[in-house]
Write a new protein. Structure first.
Length: 440
């Protein structure tokens, strides 16, 4: 009897340990899938959306995203159901009070409601009644499994062993699906890098990192960024900037080029879960043709009050080497979104009547599934006209799916991320088309 008691105590302790791990997993999957706890105490882009119409998100998903495969459909739509199944059998196994259905269902709904409310308060996702419904169904399924297993198994240690085995299988299956479908988004997978060329570029961070302004004779001018102490690879901007870019005259720096100055370009290309970084050697004359405000890392030394460059690295963005054009936007007949690159990308800083000021974001690499961008403090402005068209794009699962709907001026909010197409007139762009991105 003593051996049996000790065995059951050990099994129960293991079940409680697995329950704690499970709760931590819930917090990671639901609350901290795209942000760390540390970032919650700093500045971060708050994103909120609410859906109170039952089954709307599920219907939108299947009508907007067809033919994406069974595994993707299950992980996206029914993920909220599946992750709450263990809660339905953990609670009554640990505390017999929850073997009564009314206590269990109240607790499951309270858990789900807590997560939905916290997502809204913290501004880290979508608060959706569909999630509440699916979470609750998942908890009920878990409770039904608990009751069925109790009827099949009379001995407590066998029952506890079965619960442990079921939980281990659940953890393994969940990890497989999460890593395959959302590994980068959840932070349990990493983006592999493939570097082509660049062996001659210094390994340390650039002495000057900033945006290219102009080239005149044997000198270039850049807006120098403020170093935040974050030592990124070779001063390259990937997944965010490692300098604080402030566009003002104080940060304007003139750099001399000599006959021995080496010039390189770097272009990043995202493919599946790999970031391919391609370095090419350029001539000094090629700097005359690069796009204004291209990202630069410069190595060299200061002599007699002048900075002389030994090596210059230009990080090419999607538009950094593109020619300016005043052609009207070409419209894709399927979704009305212009097919060419937007004239402006950024977050709304202020709205003053028909004048909108944004802080610019710049795309470094992009494919059909992901985008690598640089956030800056460079300000741009544009104007709304009576002919401006608006589209609101709701983005889900880290960009893996989205749906578009017609929008209006009222959809423009401070800190909204937008893309703008239009015609330049003087110092302003008159917006013809605005895409408003909302991350859920």
């Amino acid at each position: 009897m003593k051996v049996k008691l000790n065995r059951n105590i050990c099994l129960k302790a293991l079940i409680i340990s697995l329950f704690i791990i499970y709760i931590i997993m819930l917090f990671k999957i639901i609350l901290f899938k795209g942000i760390t706890i540390a970032k919650l105490f700093g500045n971060y882009q708050k994103l909120r959306s609410i859906n109170v119409i039952p089954f709307k998100t599920m219907v939108d998903y299947f009508t907007v995203n067809k033919g994406i495969g069974f595994l993707r459909a299950v992980s996206n739509v029914f993920g909220n159901l599946i992750v709450f199944i263990p809660l339905g059998y953990f609670l009554p196994t640990i505390n017999k009070r929850f073997s009564k259905f009314k206590y269990l269902i109240i607790t499951v709904i309270s858990f789900s409601l807590f997560f939905e409310v916290m997502q809204y308060i913290l501004g880290i996702g979508s608060s959706d009644v569909d999630d509440l419904i699916l979470n609750t169904i998942g908890g009920i399924i878990g409770y039904i499994l608990y009751r069925a297993l109790h009827k099949l198994v009379a001995k407590e240690y066998v029952f506890n062993t079965a619960i442990i085995c079921a939980t281990v299988l659940f953890f393994a299956g969940s990890f497989f699906v999460a890593k395959k479908e959302f590994g980068l988004y959840l932070g349990i997978d990493k983006l592999d890098r493939e570097v082509i060329g660049g062996s001659e570029i210094p390994k340390r961070k650039g002495d000057i990192i900033g945006f290219f302004i102009a080239m005149e004779g044997n000198s270039i001018t850049v807006f120098k960024g403020k170093d935040d102490g974050n030592d990124k690879d070779k001063g390259i901007f990937v997944n965010g900037s490692n300098v604080d870019m402030k566009k003002n005259d104080r940060d304007k720096v003139n750099i001399l080029l000599s006959e021995t100055t080496k010039v390189f370009s770097m272009k990043a290309k995202a493919k599946d879960k790999k970031l391919i970084m391609i370095y090419e050697k350029l001539s000094i004359k090629d700097l005359e043709h690069i796009g204004k405000e291209s990202l630069m890392s410069i190595w060299g030394e200061e002599k007699d009050g002048k900075f002389i460059a030994d090596t210059v690295l230009v990080t090419l963005t999607q538009k950094s080497d593109a020619k300016n054009t005043n052609e009207p936007p070409k419209v894709d007949a399927k979704n009305t979104i212009p097919s060419r690159e937007p004239d402006l990308d950024g977050h709304i800083k202020s709205i003053n009547g028909d004048e909108i000021i944004i802080t610019r974001i710049m795309t470094v690499a992009q494919n059909s599934n992901s985008k690598t961008i640089v956030s800056t403090d460079i300000k741009d402005s544009f104007r709304i006209t009576k002919n401006t068209s608006f589209i609101v794009r709701n983005i889900y699962e880290g960009g893996k799916r989205h749906n578009d709907k017609s929008g209006s001026l009222s959809d423009l909010k401070i800190k909204s991320q937008i893309s703008v197409w239009g015609q330049k007139e003087g110092d302003y762009i008159n917006a013809e088309f605005i895409l408003i991105n909302i991350v859920n």
